[in-house]
Design a binder for this molecule. Structure first.
Ligand code: FES
Length: 129
């Protein structure tokens, strides 16, 4: 079924993630690049002791180019037609060509092991039904 929950994926320890330096991963499968970002301050939907770790699909919702994180601006930007998304507002589109927000990846943080796990996708990843 289309709404089946994808299997959880370990993304490593939160303690190894530096503020403003995203970590790439693929979820829910190898064709879907995503970015794990430690924002450095409490963020909507964030996990971890500071609730500052979030993740998004890297595929721009306009035409599927990979967005990158601009740490100075604290925004995700698409190099193709300059659509900008805000990771502090759940991936909301700020301006540009796309018509939908960037899909947010559900995360879980285990305070005992410090492991972050991807557990689901919120929104429609570019190119998928
Ligand atoms: Fe990202 Fe067009 S593909 S703005």
């Amino acid at each position: 079924a289309g709404d089946a929950t994808p299997p959880a994926l370990s993304l490593g320890r939160l303690g190894t993630l530096r503020v403003g330096e995203p970590r790439s991963f693929h979820y829910p499968d190898a064709r879907s690049p995503c970015l794990l970002i430690r924002m450095g301050m409490p963020t909507e939907g964030g996990v971890g002791p500071n609730q500052d770790v979030v993740a998004f699909s890297q595929l721009c919702t306009h035409m599927g180019c990979p967005v990158s994180y601009e740490s100075g601006l604290r925004l995700l930007q698409c190099p193709c037609h300059y659509t900008t998304f805000d990771p502090e507002r759940g991936g909301a589109m700020v301006c540009g060509q796309a018509s939908t927000d960037l899909p947010r990846i559900d995360l879980r943080h285990d305070s005992k092991t410090d492991i972050i796990t991807a557990t689901g996708v919120n929104g429609r990843i570019f190119g998928r039904l």
